[in-house]
Ligand binder design. Structure first.
Ligand code: GDP
Ligand code: IMO
Ligand code: MG
Length: 412
């Protein structure tokens, strides 16, 4: 059996939820590896819309085991709300489908307070304000609270005291308040605790069809993204293995999800960003507003320089190209294949870690638009667009998505 790894190759919101839900028709297990409720993964099917923040995008399919890996940082209030909403919308109890790794970290009010303070300073990154950065920080400092500690109240209290002393000595939220709240959550969280690494390892051995779900996008990776305007986890393929606790075994199909244009939320460099009516049109037609924060997404043309970098970092074996329908009504479509850097040189490789990217200007190739398409044979200009991506990134496009619904998907 093949393990599918599906991850975003841009700055997030590439349509991972849509594509993963589509691919889940064949999967029996979906595993999230990193991030937390900074993610917003949308699924449209049977006339309903679901937006998932923590729960893997396999949950809409009955019988799919959905696991949250050790690499994640989890807000239990968000998880509780998400489970309640999905239970009602799906009309079934989903608790037994969900497994939470003992090693996932818990986001606490102190993390959120710290982030609020930092983001209102003079050096914000435009985060989702979900406490993600501070939670990864306390994990790296070895002060954090793991999901597994909920089953060990004495250990939990001791670690809460250490954590408060290190990040929130002046907070009005006391250790007792958080301890009591966590003990209330423990009643439903502890039964969901799972050895995610072992479960995935055994499932792979037994031939179960598994999908590893990436969150955010490669260009937001904390090591390789456009630092400091990145998230706090490793969103690259290697981060997915680490976040789940398994290694590669050579049977993986790695699908990179790529929007037919580019968007970004939050701050940071974005060479192909459009500030004109074309950018507005993409935002309107593509409904480019954040699934988590509702913020308008910055929009621009597809950037092959950045995409080649993401292909290199992720080792993808194919691309799923999404939101192709959003470009249906354009006479001309631009695509960027190199930049002029801050010193006036033409470059076709992404600056390492995006340093100097803010001074890079895109050089565009102009292509003819395909002007409307939904099914049947692909129009020639669209074939040209796809071929150019394949040639310049040296990877095939295997899926195209022509709308938000599960059915609006074409396998090439
Ligand atoms: P994710 O974070 O990568 O899962 O992406 P989001 O769900 O945050 O944002 C993608 C948005 O585009 C969602 O509203 C999807 O419903 C929508 N979407 C996904 N694929 C397509 C597509 O092919 N066409 C259109 N028009 N919308 C799509
Ligand atoms: P999905 O999984 C788009 C961005 C934020 C901000 C930066 C840091 O839906 O694609 P954080 O709260 O993580 O510390 O914010 O990262 N960001 C995302 N942008 N999609 C996401 O997730 C994102 N998750 C984080 O906007 O710029
Ligand atoms: Mg999203």
């Amino acid at each position: 059996m093949t393990t599918i790894i599906a991850l975003g190759l841009q700055w997030g919101d590439e349509g991972k939820g849509k594509v993963i839900d589509y691919l889940c028709e064949k999967a029996q297990m979906v595993v999230r590896a990193c991030g937390g409720a900074n993610a917003g993964h949308s699924i449209h099917t049977d006339g309903r819309k679901y937006v998932l923040h923590l729960i893997p995008s396999g949950i809409v399919h009955e019988g799919v085991r959905c696991l949250l890996g050790s690499g994640m940082v989890i807000s239990l209030s968000s998880l509780e709300k998400e489970i309640a909403g999905l239970t009602e919308a799906l009309g079934r109890n989903i608790n037994e489908s969900i497994g939470i790794s003992h090693g996932a970290h818990i986001i606490l009010p102190w993390h959120s307070e710290l982030e609020q303070m930092r983001e209102s300073s003079s050096k914000p990154v435009g985060s989702t304000l979900r406490g993600i950065g501070p939670a990864y920080e306390t994990r790296a400092s070895r002060f954090g609270i793991t999901a597994g500690m909920l089953a060990h109240p004495d250990m939990l209290r001791k670690n809460l005291e250490i954590l408060r002393g290190s990040i929130a000595p002046d907070s009005t939220v006391s250790v007792d308040m958080i301890f009591d709240e966590l003990m209330n959550y423990a009643a439903w969280v502890v039964p969901m605790l799972a050895d995610v690494s072992l479960e995935v390892f055994n499932a792979r051995k037994n031939g179960v069809e598994i999908l590893f779900e990436g969150a955010q996008g490669i260009l937001l990776d904390v090591f390789h993204g456009t630092f400091p305007y990145v998230t706090s986890s490793n969103t690259v393929t290697g981060g997915i293995y680490a976040g789940i606790g398994v290694g590669p075994n050579g049977d993986e199909k790695i699908i990179g999800i790529v929007k037919a244009y580019t968007t970004r939320v939050g701050l940071g460099p974005f060479p192909t960003e459009l500030f004109d009516a074309t950018g507005e049109k993409i935002r309107d037609v593509g409904k480019e507003f954040g699934a988590t924060t509702g913020r308008p997404r910055r929009c621009g043309w597809l950037d092959l320089v950045a995409l080649r970098y993401a292909v290199r970092l992720s080792g993808v074996t194919s691309i799923a190209l999404t939101k192709v329908d959003v470009l249906n009504d354009f006479e001309e479509i631009m695509i960027c294949d190199s930049y002029i850097d801050g010193e006036g040189h033409e470059i076709s490789e992404f600056p390492p870690s995006g340093i100097g990217l803010e001074n890079c200007k895109p050089i565009y190739t102009k292509l003819k638009g395909w002007k409307s398409f939904s099914s049947g044979a692909l129009p020639l200009p669209l074939i040209d667009y796809i071929r150019l991506i394949e040639e310049r990134c040296d990877v095939e496009v295997s899926i195209i998505s022509m709308g938000p619904d599960r059915r609006d998907t074409i396998e090439l």
